[in-house]
Each structure stands twice: as C-alpha cells, then as structure tokens.
Ligand binder design. Structure first.
Ligand code: PFF
Length: 467
C-alpha cells in the first residue's frame, strides 16, 4: 500500500502508551458495573465460564484483527475500511463497519454517560458519609431515591458529558497516557481491598460458588447472547474504538502481545469486581438479579462497614468515574476523527457536535429510571416485555450491533485481506501464532457469533425438532 506511516491525528508515544490507552478503553463500567449485574441476572457460574470462553476464542482474535486493520488504514474506521477494501480490491460495502461503529458509539455513550453520572453522584454521597453503617434496605432506598430524581440524574449526566468532550476536543493522547498509568493500578488495589473485605463476610464462599461453579442448566440462549455481547462490550470491540486506537500505533509494536495484556487486565478487573460484590449480595440478603443497581446497592454497604470507609468509598467512585471516562473517550473518537477527516471540522467543533447529539440522546436513559420507567416500546415481544428504553439501547448495541460489527471485521480480516497483508502487519513471533490466529478469525470467531444468534433465536430448537 502507499506507505502511510502516521495518522493525521498523531501517534502514541510508545507501546506502553497504547497498552494504557487500550486498557483505559476496555476497563470501564462494563467490568465493574455491568459484568457483576449480568452475571447475577444470568445465574452466575455457567454464564461466567461461557463469557471467558468468548473472550479467548472470539474477543482476542478479533481484537488483534481490529488493531491490525486500524494500523494499516491509519484513519477513522470509516475511511480505514474504505481504503483497505480498495487496497484488497473489495467492495466499498465494508465501510459499513465504520458507519455501524459510529452509530453504536453514539448510542452506547448516551447511556454510558448516564451511569457514569450515577458514579459521579456517588462520589459526593460517599464523602458526605451517607454510607456509614448502612444496611441492605437503606442502601436500596438511597439508590432508588437518587435515580427517581430526573433532575439530579440529568445533571450528573451533563457533567460527565462535558468532561468527556473536553478531553476528546484536546485530542485523546494529551494527558490520557499519564493519568491511566497511575489510576488503573490504584483501581486494582482498591478492588483487592474490597475483595479482602468480602473474604471476611459470611457469604464469601457462597458468593464465589455463585460466580464460579457452573450450573449449565442455567445457560439459556439469552444468557449465551448476553455473555457473548458482553465479551465485545468489555473489550471495546466491534465498533472501531480499538481500530482507531490501533491507527495511532507505531509500526514496530507487536499486536499479539499488546492484545494479551489488554484482554488479561480487563478480565482480571471484571473477575475481581465479581468477587468483591457477590459475597456481599449473599451476606446482606440482596438480590443477585437486582440489575443495573447492583453495585450501587452492594458496595456502599462494604464501605460503610470498614475502617476508613468514607475515604475509600469516595476514592473508589472517583476511580470508577475515571475508568468510565477513559472508555467514553474511545466511544466517540471514531465519529470525531471522521468529522475532522471528511468534514474538515476542527477537533473542537467536531467534539461539540458529537457531544451535543450524545447528550440529548442520553435523556432517553435518564428518564428510563424515573418518569419513563413505564415506557416499554416493545412490550408486545416476549423477550422485551419489561424492557425500558435504556434496556433496549443496551440490548441493541451490546448484543446485536457489536457482535455483528465483530463478525464483519473477522470476515474481512480473515477471508478478504490477503494472507500476505495480514501476516506482514501482524508479524506474530510465537511459533504457530499466525496460523492459529487465522483459524480463529476465519472459522471460530465468526462461527461462534452465528451459532449464538441461532441458539438465541430458537432456530436450534426448531431444527432439532425437524430432524
Ligand atoms: N469497554 C468499555 C467497558 O467495559 O466499560 C465500554 C466500551 C468502550 C464499549 C468502548 C465499546 C467501546 F467501543
């Protein structure tokens, strides 16, 4: 290809900078807020095992593919896909991966920002001592009282959107690298403290069993789709976020190694969050299937009962906001980069536009927990009977759009790019590394996505009955 050594948006200063930024994108609300609550809703162990399988067999090879495509294209995902399709003499259709990603980014950030706003509000609550000595019922009431207040939730969503767009406007590389380097390890240490507290509770063993002992009778088609969708969500895959971070990656960096680090760190954080939360759920008689409120109900109890809890709680929610922040930036970066490349906008104008659209969309989620909590647009369909606008947005993006985007990326990287191109770009040094990657990305990852869709839609049961 015409050698394009650098993206017009700049480049990471080192391999570590990329690892930090990609980990910043991957580790977020998905690990600490979403993973525990969906594991709880889907019965624990078997779901967790299936999720881990998806990370290894689908997530890791697709992450390598995304980074590779990004680095080869060196532009926003839309333009990268157009250019690479052209280079490999393929149809311009493949740009759809970029467009789908931009749309998914807007939709995800719209609700992501609202939940991050909850975490912001909880920073203040924590420092005000609201959790001191708190029990299960009070914690539930505290959360319910807060989310019922549309003004409060809308306000914190607004604050979060502003801080996100400020960083995006300045360019993602300024400041982000350094901040992630210190705050990520701090988050890890605090999670370990929480797991330490969980160990001291009566429900520790029950919690661990719930999380790790698989009961496969609980693994429904719905649970499998949720687990697979979450593997994409948690690793920021299927929408171009990792692709655009790949486009800022220097040429000589090993893609395989960096991918292992990022996926490993992401998985570790999710499992630690689960280990901190489920023992509390069982000790304090909370519901494991409480849904999106789960961590906001359980963690205050832990902090309310440990020495230095006021400070630690405040710090924890600050770090959670930070983790969400570094993820949000990557959700909107593909859209902003495209506006800069194709519409000739300045970064700041592009960020403003993208930010305002997302902010407005976010009110669908803000209201889903209060004044629109009874709005269930698809209540006629069994799967969505109880789904609010927030639930639908989450389902559409995480369970459908990201796996579809990932599927197309796998097909493009595995089947349509020549082996020469992918081999040259990946430069995998492990023995058999390249053929194993190619096998996973050609057959296993796309096959698994299709298989899960088939099981979920009930086609499998239907086919079994016929034959
Ligand atoms: N990976 C992020 C999390 O787990 O919180 C969420 C996310 C970020 C999803 C970026 C998708 C994305 F492109």
């Amino acid at each position: 290809m015409a050698e394009r050594k650098q993206s017009i948006h700049g480049q990471w200063s080192s391999r570590l900078a990329f690892i930090m930024a990609a980990t910043g994108s991957a580790v977020g609300l998905g690990n600490i807020w979403k993973f525990p609550y969906i594991a709880g809703e889907n019965g624990g162990g078997a779901f967790v095992l299936f999720y881990l399988l998806c990370i290894v067999l689908i997530g890791v090879p697709i992450m390598m593919a995304e980074v590779m495509l990004g680095r080869r294209g060196r532009q926003s995902p839309i333009n990268t896909m157009r250019e690479l399709a052209h280079e490999e003499s393929r149809h311009g259709f493949w740009q759809i991966v970029g467009w789908g990603g931009v749309l998914a980014g807007f939709l995800i950030l719209s609700y992501y920002s609202v939940i991050a706003g909850w975490a912001l509000a909880y920073v203040l609550k924590a420092f005000s001592g609201a959790f001191t000595g708190i029990g299960g019922e009070q914690s539930k009431a505290l959360f319910g009282g807060f989310t019922n207040d549309a003004y409060a939730v809308g306000f914190w969503h607004t604050v979060f959107m502003i801080i996100t767009m400020v960083v995006v406007a300045r360019g993602v590389r300024h400041g982000l690298e350094k901040a992630v380097r210190y705050l990520m390890p701090a988050l890890l240490i605090l999670l370990l403290v929480l797991v330490g507290y969980a160990m001291s509770t009566d429900g520790f063993v029950t919690g661990l069993k719930f999380l790790f002992a698989p009961d496969f009778s609980k693994l429904s088609g719905d649970a499998m789709l949720e687990a697979m969708g979450h593997a994409f969500f948690t690793l920021s895959l299927g929408m171009g976020a990792i692709m655009i971070y790949g486009s800022y990656l220097p040429k000589n960096v090993s893609i395989a190694k960096t991918t292992f680090y990022v996926a490993g760190a992401d998985t570790l954080v999710a499992l630690l969050a689960g280990m901190a939360i489920f023992p509390l759920v069982f000790t304090y008689g909370l519901e494991s299937s409480a849904g999106p409120s789960l961590i906001f109900q359980t963690l205050p109890i832990a902090f309310g009962n440990i020495p230095g809890g006021v400070f630690l709680a405040g710090l924890f929610f600050i770090l959670l906001v930070f983790a969400a922040w570094t993820s949000s930036i990557s959700l909107i970066e593909p859209a902003v980069a495209w506006l800069v490349e194709n519409r000739g906008m300045k970064r700041i104008t592009a960020s403003l536009w993208a930010g305002v659209v997302t902010w407005l969309l976010g009110f669908a989620t803000v209201f889903s927990f209060n004044i629109w909590s009874d709005v269930k647009p698809l209540s006629g369909l069994a799967t969505f009977e109880k789904s609010t606008l927030f639930d639908l947005l989450d389902y559409l993006t995480a369970n459908i759009m990201l796996p579809l985007g990932g599927f197309l990326i796998a097909i493009f990287a595995g089947w349509l790019m020549t082996r020469k191109s992918s081999k040259e770009e990946l430069k995998i040094k492990f023995p058999y590394g390249y053929p194993v990657w190619l096998f996973l990305v050609r057959f296993i990852a796309p096959g698994a996505v299709i298989a899960v869709f088939i099981v979920k839609t009930g086609l499998w049961t239907w086919a079994k009955n016929i034959f």
